[in-house]
Design a protein. Structure first.
Length: 198
């Protein structure tokens, strides 16, 4: 699939807003609900996910097109992609633990869970499925992960605001109002759906 310069901008917009991993594809819901309580931890998780998805998109594209497909081993792509993602997450975990122990503690169990975050694997598999070239795969991985991080941070702000208000009825406080807010945010992003088709 060849794209013009405008096509690359459409790909970025599509990945961030229209086909957002959390709000449109419902991938990565576990860290979305678990880490989005505070803006700081959401930003930390967002940066980690941006790094892991972007780098894994590049590495998995190269492995698939230079090794797996030429050798007729395409059926191993999911296993190989998971191994690449697991190695990257271990690297990110070691770096965050060394550079920011507070953030490491705040992210808790959700940091190693990036390995099993279906959004990370989804980015790698969708790039292959859509037959993206190297640059498209790189841009798609980066844009999709930025969309993931954007929703995490925006939703963390919404949740912090909801936690400080006393106007929420008692029976809706906690997870019920969180899920209602997530649904409304998803509907807001759905408004972008008619703008770009990929």
């Amino acid at each position: 699939m060849e794209l013009s310069v405008a096509g690359y901008f459409q790909l970025i917009f599509w990945a961030v807003f229209v086909n957002n991993f959390i709000l449109a594809q419902f991938l990565g819901i576990c860290p979305f609900l678990g880490v989005s309580k505070k803006i700081e931890s959401s930003m930390g998780m967002g940066i980690a996910v941006v790094f892991v998805i972007t780098v894994s998109s590049v590495i998995t594209w190269l492995l698939y097109h230079l090794l797996l497909a030429p050798l007729g081993l395409s059926f191993l792509k999911t296993i190989v992609f998971i191994l690449v993602i697991a190695a990257l997450v271990q690297f990110v975990e070691m770096v965050i633990k060394k550079l920011s122990p507070g953030l490491f503690q705040a992210l808790g169990i959700y940091l190693p869970l990036i390995t099993t975050n279906c959004a990370v694997l989804g980015a790698a598999l969708l790039a292959i499925q859509k037959d993206f070239n190297f640059l498209q795969s790189l841009l798609y991985g980066f844009a999709a992960s930025v969309g993931f991080a954007l929703v995490l941070v925006v939703f963390a702000g919404i949740r912090q605001r909801m936690d400080t208000t006393t106007e929420t009825p008692a029976f809706l406080r906690g997870m019920p109002v969180t899920l209602v807010a997530a649904g409304i945010l998803s509907l807001a992003f759905l408004g972008f759906a008619g703008m770009v088709k990929m």
